[in-house]
Design a protein around this ligand. Structure first.
Ligand SMILES: Nc1nc2c(c(CN[C@H]3C=C[C@H](O)[C@@H]3O)cn2[C@@H]2O[C@H](COP(=O)(O)O)[C@@H](O)[C@H]2O)c(=O)[nH]1
Length: 365
């Protein structure tokens, strides 16, 4: 074959190949893991310890097996909805619209708490309890039409929904009210007033649903600028919303996603805390001191982004280590994350939360 004929063959192949590429269906990606790896590779105040991460992976796998950790664990929590229907879809969307920033400067007796079913619930569980209590009182708190109706859904009604059993009110009340109003307006304008239509639009892709939440609902668009160099998508509440659907519906119906394993750990303030306790995450002395002294770290500060990005990357390494040793394990970053969160809460209840979590006040987590 002459050089010209070879060139013609190559051109023909490339033309065919690129044409195919241009019509190939776009596979949705969230870019969260890429962003987390970038932050990890450029962090100077937060580092991972590989030995502890490997040991943590072994402990986590062994404990998750022992506790038979699975999607079923989600519904087993006393306050989580059990019905496998649209009411649970609406509940999860409402919950994850507001699933942020419950930490308090006050001690357990004085911090914001919701009284429900004879118990005082704090933290994340205070939110779930407040929503369940409102539904018991026939307040349609999970209905987006209600959020938009400022005659019915008044500030007073919402203050009643989130009323506290202590002197302290729910943090960021105004921001939470705004999240509901804004999401109600967007659901009305684009999704015929129902979050189930967002799930349908994502067409079975977890990544597509995460991207849809981030692109259409500003309060889910958890994106940071790392050291003025790179925009990093962390998307904590968008991801946990998809993960809660997947867990609540045990991977079926409204929780069926072909690419659920693309969801990463949810970059909040609890998982960095437990990873630090396990020796996986290490802090520079100045950051260590700031956290130990419970100093506020501003939203968007490099320390905060390093804590969040390195935690996502650390859980990814734990996931890879578990699957390297147990290729058939039914485990992903979601279940590891859920396990770590629940473990942190158990340690806190047992008074073992010696290392404080970092304190950033924002609507992102
Ligand atoms: N990474 C991660 N963050 C999580 C959760 C959960 C609850 N998930 C439930 C569902 C299945 C699991 O089994 C859990 O039972 C809440 N959070 C976040 O923590 C913070 C609240 O902390 P505290 O104030 O101490 O309650 C706040 O940012 C909240 O958004 C999780 O699972 N993973």
């Amino acid at each position: 074959m002459s050089d010209d004929e070879a060139d013609a063959d190559l051109l023909d192949f490339l033309r065919q190949h690129f044409n195919k590429a241009s019509i190939a269906p776009k596979i949705p990606e969230t870019q969260v893991l890429e962003g987390a790896e970038y932050v990890y590779n450029n962090s100077i105040d937060v580092a991972l310890d590989y030995q502890s991460t490997k040991q943590a992976a072994a402990m986590i796998y062994e404990q998750m097996q022992k506790k038979e950790y699975s999607t079923k664990t989600w519904s087993s929590h006393e306050l989580h909805p059990k019905a496998k229907d649209e009411s649970t879809v609406a509940f999860i969307f409402t919950m994850d619209l507001l699933n942020f920033s419950f930490w308090s400067e006050l001690d357990d007796e004085e911090r914001f708490a919701v009284e429900y079913k004879g118990k005082k619930w704090t933290g994340y569980w205070s939110l779930v309890a407040a929503l369940q209590r409102a539904l018991d009182e026939d307040i349609p708190i999970t209905c987006s039409d209600f959020w938009q109706n400022e005659d019915e859904c008044t500030e007073e009604v919402l203050k009643h929904v989130f009323r506290s059993a202590t002197e302290e009110q729910i943090p960021l009340f105004q921001e939470r009210m705004y999240c509901l109003r804004e999401a109600g307006q967007i659901l009305y304008e684009k999704y015929q007033c129902s979050f189930t239509n967002c799930i349908t639009a994502a067409d079975g892709s977890a990544a597509a649903l995460v991207n849809l939440l981030a692109e259409d609902f500003p309060c889910f668009n958890d994106v940071v600028r790392f050291e003025n160099r790179k925009s990093v998508r962390l998307l904590k509440r968008a991801q946990i919303c998809v993960a809660d659907l997947w867990a609540a519906f045990e991977g079926e119906d409204y929780g069926r996603f072909e690419d659920i394993d693309k969801i990463t750990m949810f970059a909040d303030y609890r998982i960095p805390q437990i990873l630090n306790t396990l020796g996986c995450l290490w802090y520079a002395p100045t950051l260590e001191t700031a956290i130990q002294h419970k100093r506020i770290i501003e939203s968007g500060h490099s320390w905060e982004i390093q804590l969040r990005g390195c935690s996502i990357w650390c859980v990814e390494l734990i996931r890879r280590e578990i699957l390297r040793n147990h290729p058939d394990a039914k485990i992903n970053a979601i279940l590891i994350d859920f396990f770590l969160y629940d473990t942190m809460k158990e340690r806190e209840t047992a008074g073992q939360d010696e290392v404080p979590h970092h304190r950033t006040r924002s609507i992102w987590y």
